[in-house]
Design a protein around this ligand. Structure first.
Ligand SMILES: Cc1cc2nc3c(=O)[nH]c(=O)nc-3n(C[C@H](O)[C@H](O)[C@H](O)COP(=O)(O)OP(=O)(O)OC[C@H]3O[C@@H](n4cnc5c(N)ncnc54)[C@H](O)[C@@H]3O)c2cc1C
Ligand SMILES: O=C(O)CCC(=O)C(=O)O
Length: 322
């Protein structure tokens, strides 16, 4: 979508071996609470988050909000011990960030410190379908196809944008990219209105428009997509300790996804070259636990890189004509 907005004369085709509801993005809780990428400058991460927050805030404030699955949600991030960093870099992007009061902390007798704020949440499958609908309306073609090598696209396309998520490990052999397996439960508990995130982000309760997401796990380098029943029980018990009313939750569905993790998002232009033939590529993958929190900001940057590739192609073709 960002490419179509930035370069409206482009023709865009999306190739993917899986579409919604069978992607990692469909499993995500879709909360806008950023994680930090150790190797990306904080000011850049803040800008990605700000761009994403501003974009989704406008949707949440429009008639499209419920179809797009975007809502404002208020709640608490709680800590057993006061964290080193009391003000995360994103504290002035979310709304009304403040320390929790003593009265609020009484809800969590095992926790000594907390932060209250309002942020945004995407209900992931509806949001992805809403994006697909907008793509189709702009004339974008979508095909189911597994790409084994970026070079196989060379004869059909001028520029390739690689948004393969964890698939980039195999597609471009990126050894810096690793899975962080996450198991979550999606439950019916419409009375739960506030989010609760335990400081380390291992246990969380994220109410969405349709379902509440209960998390979770963060298992580095584990590739299995099979749900683990003992983990399901453990997640449920941890969440009930924070929000006892969840004992009455209904229709528990278990989901597993692989966070495409890296020390920094790979947001980069690369010119592949083979026997004198060149293929411009823009990479945009490796969002780890922050694919929703950062998606619009990183997509805007990727679209800018595509525009640079187009300018370079136009420049070399006009030089060839001289
Ligand atoms: C349990 C869990 C909870 C999460 N919660 C949150 C959250 O609350 N907030 C947040 O910001 N983030 C969250 N995340 C992280 C978020 O899900 C990811 O960062 C995000 O989904 C990554 O998006 P993506 O588009 O890069 O990858 P994907 O959604 O995996 O999309 C990649 C696409 O590329 C396709 N593909 C891959 N390889 C190929 C190939 N060779 N040929 C053709 N197609 C290919 C795939 O089929 C897929 O359609 C969570 C993740 C998990 C697992
Ligand atoms: O950590 C968070 O709170 C947001 C991301 C998330 O829910 C996850 O990665 O499981």
């Amino acid at each position: 979508l960002c490419i179509m907005e930035t370069c409206p004369s482009c023709s865009v085709t999306i190739l993917s071996d899986q579409f919604s509801p069978n992607t990692t993005s469909d499993v995500a809780a879709g909360m806008l609470i950023p994680h930090t990428y150790p190797d990306s400058p904080i000011n850049v991460q803040k800008q990605w988050f700000k761009d994403t927050f501003t974009y989704l805030f406008a949707i949440s404030n429009s008639a499209e909000a419920s179809e797009a699955g975007i809502q404002l949600v208020s709640g608490w991030q709680i800590f057993k011990n006061t964290p080193k960093e009391e003000l995360p870099f994103w504290s002035d992007v979310v709304l009304g960030f403040r320390p929790m009061s003593e009265a609020e902390l009484q809800k969590f007798p095992q926790h000594r410190f907390g932060q209250a704020f309002t942020t945004l949440k995407c209900d992931c499958p509806p949001y992805l379908l809403w994006l697909e609908k907008r793509l189709k309306a702009t004339g974008v073609q979508m095909y189911t196809r597994k790409v084994l090598d970026l070079w196989e696209l060379h004869s059909e396309y001028n520029i390739v944008v690689n948004c393969a998520g964890i698939g980039a490990h195999q597609l471009v052999g990126d050894e810096k990219l690793f899975p962080v397996r996450g198991q979550v439960l999606k439950v019916n508990a419409p009375w739960v209105k506030h989010f609760i995130r335990d400081g380390d982000g291992l246990t969380y309760i994220y109410p969405g428009i349709n379902r509440v997401t209960l998390g979770g796990t963060r298992e580095k380098e584990r590739w299995s997509l099979d749900p683990d029943p003992s983990t399901t029980k453990d997640i449920f018990d941890r969440c009930c300790l924070l929000e006892p009313s969840l004992q009455g939750a209904q229709d528990i569905k278990v989901k597993v996804g692989l966070r495409p993790s890296r020390e920094s998002v790979r947001l980069q232009r690369e010119i592949l070259s083979q026997g004198g033939v060149k293929l411009p590529v823009v990479h945009n993958y490796g969002h780890g636990a922050g694919g929703f929190a950062m998606h619009r900001g990183t997509a805007k940057e990727a679209a800018r890189l595509v525009r640079e590739c187009i300018a370079a192609l136009q420049d070399s073709s006009s030089r060839a004509k001289l």
